[in-house]
Write a new protein. Structure first.
Length: 296
């Protein structure tokens, strides 16, 4: 009787599949680097141009000058048309922080009503509010200007801020509604058993739990208000009330030589507050995006 011993077989190798995966990974990383270079090129160009003389910004093709100069940044200390640069930054800061306070206060109250209070027509009103997102901003531009002009509110910050305090930003209301709907209803029921009313539940329970959504709304509101150009251009007439976006426009002169160096240097400085604000709260922004679709 003879027995045959099976010969061990080696595991099949797939060098072709491994090579394809490596080639795909290399192509993916190469494409990502190319997209990153395209996205970062304007930022790198602005940084390099801020250290060039104004006459070399348009004509020179090099990103960074061979001999950097600081005259553009030193010129910011002199101001524009006898107006200090700090005036534009303080105006933008007032506008941005006022917008953040208004959005957080009004939109959170509206979101609480839509998500926690049952009343007649709630779904219809919520649908109509979401429908306003489809309405272009320019459609309301002329009627709003005529209304504020008759109220003698042009050349003030009231037309820019009043909408923030009336929950007219449907996107942020929608964001907070979706977040509040995911909160456990047991918390509301326990609070009502303890004798809490709607305002106490809103202030002591809902708002602390909605901190990621609130900070997400605050970040987007601050960035939008800081970079807003159309609103201040329409409603502000005095240079002393201009924001940073309008202040940069004053560097361009149609009759004399435009100060492109000062314009680019101020553009670079104007990025710092937005960047610092975003870096300070980016962790909450990621938390808000990650938990907005989770069920409580």
């Amino acid at each position: 009787m003879t027995t045959t011993t099976p010969t061990p077989t080696s595991a099949p190798r797939k060098p072709l599949a491994l090579g394809r995966r490596r080639a795909g990974s290399l192509a993916w990383h190469t494409g990502s680097l190319l997209v990153l270079a395209v996205v970062l090129y304007p930022v790198v160009w602005v940084i390099g141009a801020s250290f060039k003389p104004s006459k070399d910004i348009i004509n020179s093709l090099e990103l960074f000058p061979a001999e950097p100069v600081l005259d553009n940044f030193k010129g910011l200390a002199d101001g524009i048309a006898d107006i200090p640069i700090s005036t534009f930054f303080s105006n933008s800061l007032f506008y941005a922080l006022g917008s953040v306070v208004g959005i957080l206060a009004s939109c959170s109250l509206a979101a609480y009503a839509f998500s926690k209070i049952r009343f007649a027509g709630r779904n219809l009103m919520f649908t109509l509010m979401i429908g306003t997102l489809l309405l272009p901003y320019h459609v309301l531009l002329i009627p709003q200007y005529v209304m504020f002009q008759k109220l003698e509110l042009v050349n003030t910050y009231t037309p820019l801020l009043i909408g923030k305090y009336l929950a007219t930003e449907a996107f942020f209301v929608f964001l907070m509604v979706q977040f509040m709907r995911n909160l456990p209803r047991e918390l509301d029921e326990a609070a009502r058993l303890d004798g809490c009313g709607h305002f106490r539940i809103y202030w002591s329970i809902v708002l602390p739990l909605c901190r990621p959504a609130l900070i997400t709304s605050a970040i987007f509101t601050f960035i939008n208000a800081w970079n807003d150009f159309m609103g201040p251009l329409i409603y502000l007439n005095e240079p002393g009330k201009y924001t940073v976006s309008l202040g940069m426009m004053m560097f361009r002169d149609q009759e004399t030589v435009s100060n492109y160096g000062g314009l680019i240097a101020m553009s670079l400085v104007a990025l710092l507050p937005v960047l610092l604000f975003f870096l300070a709260f980016q962790r909450y922004l990621i938390d808000g995006m990650a938990t907005s679709g989770l069920k409580g």
